[in-house]
Design a protein around this ligand. Structure first.
Ligand SMILES: Nc1nc2c(ncn2[C@@H]2O[C@H](COP(=O)(O)OP(=O)(O)OP(=O)(O)O)[C@@H](O)[C@H]2O)c(=O)[nH]1
Ligand SMILES: [Mg+2]
Length: 370
C-alpha cells in the first residue's frame, strides 16, 4: 500500500491546492487515507473535477509497461462506445475481455450468446490483438452465473501482473473489488472508491494478492469521446447510466411517427409503412413516442420532463442521418441506448448530438434471424 496515494482513487496526495486532485486539508495530514474528493464522493455523493482523457491515457500506458495481461472491461450497455477501434495500439499484451453489467439484460438472455457477440466484435475491431477469453459478468448481481464466471476469471489471472483498463464508468473498480472479495486486508475502508460519475479513479491503484501470486492494477477510465456521456458533465453522464434493468419499449411506429430518447436523440420512421421497433435505454431516460413534427420541436425546447441532462448542458448542435436497418440489427446511439428493428427493413431518420457515435450492428439482444 502506498501511503502517499489516496486509497480511494489512486492519486498522489497533496496539502496545498484545494482545487487540484489529491487534496487533503493540512490538519488531516498523516491520518487521512482518502483525498477530499473521495471523502465527499463516498459520504455525500458529490463529485468535483474530472480526470482528462490525456491524464488517464498516460496512467494506462504506465501500467501497461509493467503488466503481462490485460483485463479489458467493456460496458454491455454501450459496446461500441466503450471499446473504440483507436485503442488497438494499447492492446500489446494478451487480453481477457470482461463484459460487465450483465444484470441489465432481460431475464433468460443467454450469456453464452453474449460471449460470442463480443468475441466477434473484438476480432472485427482488433484483428491483431490476442484475446484469451470473453467473460460476461455482473459485479452487482451475485447469482450462480456470477460466482462461476468470477471464479473462472480468477483462474485465468492466477500468477499474473494484470492491468484493469477500459472506458470511464464501465465498472473497472467494481470488478477489482469483486476480485478482491474474501482476501486478507480488504475491509471496506481500504477498498477503492466506486461511483456513478465517470472519472472516479484518478491514478493507478495496485493490489497484490499473495494467495494467488496476482498483482492487479486498476487504472483511470479512458475517455473515448463519442459516448453521449463524454459530452456531458459527470452529473449529466451519470443520469444516462442504467442502474439495474434496461428499459424496453416495443412499438409499431407509423410512417412519420417519431421516438425521442431523453431529449438527446430521435428516430423518425421514414419507411413506406408502419415498422416494429424495440427501444432500449436506461431507466431514467424518457423514451417518448410522438408525431414527426412535434418531435423536432421537443428536441429544441427540451422540456424538463423529457430531458436526461441539466438544462445548461443542452446539446448545441444535432447531427442528422438516414439509416436503413434490417430485421436482426440494432441502430445504436453510443451511451444513450438503441433501437432493434423487427420483422421488416426500416428506413430511419436519426438526430443525435454532434459528436455522438451512431451506427448499425447485429442485434445485441433477442432472437437472431435464421
Ligand atoms: N448495473 C450494473 N452497474 C454496475 C456494475 N458494475 C458497476 N456498475 C456501476 O457502474 C458505475 C461505475 O462503476 P465503477 O466501478 O466506479 O466504474 P469505473 O470503470 O471504475 O469508473 P472510473 O473510475 O470513473 O473510470 C457505478 O455506478 C457502479 O455501481 C454492474 O455489474 N451492473
Ligand atoms: Mg474506477
Amino acid at each position: 500500500m502506498n501511503r502517499n496515494k489516496c486509497l480511494g482513487c489512486g492519486v498522489k496526495l497533496q496539502y496545498e491546492a484545494e482545487d487540484l486532485p489529491g487534496y487533503i486539508p493540512s490538519e488531516k495530514q498523516g491520518e487521512a487515507v482518502l483525498c477530499q474528493r473521495c471523502f465527499q464522493l463516498r459520504h455525500y455523493g458529490r463529485i468535483r473535477g474530472r480526470v482528462t482523457g490525456e491524464t488517464a491515457l498516460q496512467a494506462v500506458r504506465h501500467a501497461l509497461r509493467e503488466s503481462e495481461l490485460l483485463l479489458v472491461v467493456v460496458d454491455l450497455f454501450d459496446p461500441e462506445g466503450s471499446l473504440p477501434q483507436e485503442w488497438a495500439t494499447l492492446f500489446t499484451r494478451p487480453a481477457v475481455l470482461v463484459v460487465n453489467k450483465a444484470d441489465l439484460l432481460p431475464p433468460r438472455t443467454p450469456w453464452t450468446e453474449m460471449e460470442a457477440w463480443f468475441g466477434a466484435m473484438w476480432r472485427a475491431r482488433f484483428p491483431a490483438a490476442e484475446l484469451l477469453a470473453v467473460k460476461v459478468l455482473s459485479t452487482k448481481k451475485k447469482g450462480a452465473a456470477y460466482t462461476q464466471n468470477l471464479a473462472e476469471l480468477k483462474k485465468l489471472l492466477q500468477g499474473k501482473k494484470v492491468t484493469v483498463m477500459g472506458a470511464a464508468n464501465v465498472g473497472k473498480t467494481s470488478l477489482l473489488t469483486a476480485l478482491l472479495a474474501g482476501e486478507n486486508g480488504t475491509d471496506a475502508g481500504k477498498l477503492p472508491t466506486i461511483s456513478k460519475y465517470p472519472g472516479t479513479t484518478q491514478g493507478i491503484i495496485s493490489w497484490s494478492l499473495p494467495s494467488r501470486a496476482l498483482i492487479l492494477m486498476d487504472t483511470p477510465g479512458l475517455v473515448p469521446g463519442r459516448r453521449t456521456g463524454d459530452l456531458l458533465s459527470p452529473v449529466g453522464a451519470a443520469r444516462l447510466l442504467p442502474e439495474s434493468k434496461l428499459q424496453v419499449k416495443l412499438w409499431e411506429l407509423p410512417p412519420q411517427g417519431a421516438v425521442l430518447l431523453g431529449g438527446l436523440g430521435g428516430v423518425w420512421n421514414c419507411s413506406p409503412g408502419a415498422r416494429t421497433l424495440l427501444f432500449f435505454a436506461a431507466e431514467a431516460t424518457m423514451i417518448h413516442r410522438t408525431q414527426g413534427e412535434k418531435a423536432s420541436q421537443l428536441l429544441v425546447e427540451a422540456p424538463e420532463w423529457l430531458r436526461a441532462f441539466p438544462p445548461e448542458e443542452q446539446p448545441k448542435k444535432f447531427d442528422e442521418g438516414i439509416f436503413t436497418v434490417q430485421p436482426g440489427e440494432d441502430l445504436y446511439f453510443s451511451g444513450l441506448g438503441w433501437v432493434a428493428v423487427k420483422k421488416e427493413e426500416a428506413r430511419l431518420r436519426v438526430l443525435a448530438p454532434a459528436g455522438v457515435e451512431v451506427g448499425i450492428r447485429p442485434s445485441l439482444i433477442g432472437k437472431k434471424p435464421d
